[in-house]
Design a protein around this ligand. Sequence first.
Ligand code: 5GP
Ligand code: MN
Length: 344
Amino acid sequence: MEAIATFKKELSSPKKIFITTHVKPDADALGSSLGLANYLIKKGHEVTVVTPTDYPSFLNWMEGNDSVLDFSREDQQKKATAALNEADVIFCLDFSGLSRVNELGEMIRKSDAYIVNIDHHQDPEDFADFRYWSTEAAATCELIYELIVKLGDKDLIDKDIAECLYAGIMTDTGGFRHPNTTKNVHLVVAELIELGANPSQIANWIYDSNSVNRLKFIGFAISRRLVVLEDLHTAYFAISKKDLKKYQSRTGDTEGLVNYALSLDGIKLAALFSEREDGIKISFRSSSEVAVNKFAASYFNGGGHKNAAGGKSEQTLKDTIERFESLVEEHQDELFVGEAVSAD
Ligand code: 5GP
Ligand code: MN
């Protein structure tokens, strides 16, 4: 039987379903989880959405947000664990390796449930019974839309579902600007608009919900924490724990900062290093020709997409950026393939 037919059969009677996504969920991670959850609930399933950590408050408008369990919260872990243990089906959305969901990863690996992985990252780990995966897709939300249509249920996509899915596609394409903004992206969002998603309303909820502290933090970061290595076509921000504390930074406050570095004329590789409780979190962004996911995977224990990736470092902030600078210098020929890098 075709994998998708088996998958369809698996969902043909009411099931207990557990949906999870990667740490620090973004709009694609949460939008795909809640978009799918709202659809599965309509199909008569019992659904629990569990995130490994918290997520930015500018995502709280999504339908179903109030029922999401945060596994990192002691008061919600027990309920989340019970839902995972009782699940007939587990959906893993917007991540390709079980290390991206912290402790939930090993629990999922050991589970006897039917495991589904829906994702658009490179090099998926082989942990699922059914994988709906394409690196051609700009967002996991695009794949969820396609899958619902393939299952013959387009008419079940209501305004709430359309809004969740639209949000993920909007943010994973950087507001329809990144190189992953394809014809299919526009065709899918056109359908989602038809089904009730309001583009300017969703953009407003996500992009225009800054706190004064966040805006001041961005101003501070750009004026005091931006380093430009013009000869290497590289620019980065290095943000310390103290900086984050000074501006009372909340989850999501550094989101998008790295794009300011990439917006500089002539810059093809941008990075953001932020010092967190558990080490240095790194975001990489690049222009279309430069592959940052390989760089992140080779040197910073990370991965992601060609032009948007992430990683981590256990060194100090200072040592991490020193290492980064020398790695870029050392590997400039492979990073900037076919690019004129004027280091001389
Ligand atoms: P962001 O910079 O927005 O946190 O992440 C950009 C992209 O890289 C996302 O698709 C995200 O899933 C991926 N990514 C971020 N951090 C990591 C990481 O530590 N490991 C892996 N494999 N992917 C990451
Ligand atoms: Mn995504």
